[in-house]
Design a protein around this ligand. Structure first.
Ligand SMILES: NC(=O)c1ccc[n+]([C@@H]2O[C@H](COP(=O)([O-])OP(=O)(O)OC[C@H]3O[C@@H](n4cnc5c(N)ncnc54)[C@H](O)[C@@H]3O)[C@@H](O)[C@H]2O)c1
Length: 357
């Protein structure tokens, strides 16, 4: 890994309409990228795309939920280095990050469902870990961070489709609360230490290397007992989903433009989602049709799956679409890509779901 390229560092004066002239230091381009959570579902797909665009990537992961198999292709690329380590180990994190110019912070406890069973986990893995990432960046004089946040931070939004500047949300899950706290830390580092922050609030993501979520649960169940399917809630939940490659393309469209100019507002927040939603029952139908199964559906009842599950998630995506991005796949196509991938990679069911196959 080479250090940031000196010839890419430039300083210029920009005219700001409201505040007159301001000094903008463009430190470098998007070249040497540190990806936390590199072995995860979204992180490993991101690593592959970054490498295919000629970037050099340091992948950081403790493999708590990440899979070595997801990095097999990346490890063959000369531009990739894997560093095994934990966000809760600040000295190791700081030294691994040396020489990079941009951080994509994706490592987290990504599962929203089990917060009440392990209340400290979200705080440690999502909030404290984000603090450690920011401090490691500060120690390395590194200022640009992209953060994987979530639509869960809107709790049960009163405005749907929910825009980025929706009335300040009430938190309904420890996951959402811990992610919003992570966003807040990034904002404060941008204000206080001149960081450039890009916060991406994802809906649920689908696609290759998917290892958690409703499609995973349903697929596993249907392999175990094809004649019946247990469904949390009453199936009327309305959700939006996004295909993983569309999610990555959206982040990169922002980050690649971002490097051409410093962030205008220090922190930029983008919702990432499809411009549609579906009912949970639709998704069940698509999965069952694909598998040619007609299971008896057993609903646990109620309008939601668990405490903190928002029965209607649909994010407004005008802002990211105005940046020139559009999803390529619709939700149904994303669901089908996911089942198709799970069919070919059943090993992941045992790895992530314990016994059952
Ligand atoms: N998958 C989704 O639907 C979704 C939706 C909204 C937001 N997000 C966010 O996107 C990010 C990626 O999610 P994902 O679905 O790929 O999850 P994932 O569990 O597949 O990936 C997370 C990765 O982080 C690693 N990790 C966890 N804790 C770590 C630590 N302390 N130190 C180092 N590495 C650690 C894991 O081993 C794993 O490889 C997360 O921040 C998640 O909250 C995901």
């Amino acid at each position: 890994m080479r250090g940031p390229k000196a010839d890419a560092i430039e300083t210029r004066l920009d005219a700001e309409p409201e505040s007159g002239l301001r000094l903008v230091i463009v430190r470098d381009r998007l070249e040497n990228i540190f990806v936390t959570g590199a072995a995860g579902f979204i992180g490993s797909n991101l690593v592959d795309v970054l490498l295919s665009r000629g970037k050099r990537v340091v992948g950081w992961d403790n493999f708590s939920t990440g899979q070595a198999e997801f990095l097999r292709a990346a490890e063959k690329q000369p531009g990739f280095q894997l560093r095994r380590g934990d966000n809760l180990d600040p000295p190791a994190l700081t030294s691994a990050m040396a020489g990079c110019d941009t951080v994509f912070h994706l490592a987290a406890n990504a599962d929203v469902r089990f917060g009440l069973e392990q209340p400290k986990k979200d705080l440690e893995q999502n909030t404290l870990a984000t603090f450690n990432v920011l401090e490691a960046m500060r120690a390395n004089s590194l200022k640009r961070i992209a953060f994987a946040s979530t639509g869960s931070i809107y709790g049960e939004a009163r405005v749907v489709p929910t825009p980025e500047d929706a009335p300040f949300p009430i938190q309904t899950s420890l996951y959402g609360a811990s992610k919003l706290a992570g966003e807040s830390l990034i904002q404060a580092y941008c204000e206080g230490f001149g960081f450039e922050g890009y916060v991406f609030r994802f809906v649920s993501i689908l696609g290759e290397r998917y290892t958690h979520g409703h499609v995973f649960d349903f697929y596993r169940q249907l392999l175990e007992h094809p004649d019946h399917l247990h469904v949390l809630g009453d199936g009327t939940q309305r959700k939006s989903y996004l295909y993983v490659q569309d999610c990555i393309a959206a982040m990169l469209s922002v980050m690649e433009q971002a490097t051409a100019r410093a962030a205008r507002h220090r922190v930029e927040i983008y919702n990432l989602g499809a411009d549609e939603f579906c009912h949970l029952k639709d998704s069940i139908q698509w999965i069952c049709d694909y598998l040619r199964l007609t299971p008896r559906l057993e609903f646990s009842g109620g309008d939601r799956g668990w405490v903190g599950d928002n029965p209607f998630i649909f994010l407004a995506t005008k802002k990211i679409q105005a940046a020139g991005w559009k999803p390529r796949l619709n939700i149904r196509e994303g669901v089908l890509k996911t089942v198709e991938w799970l069919e070919k990679n059943r090993w992941v069911l045992q790895r992530r779901g314990g016994p059952g196959l």
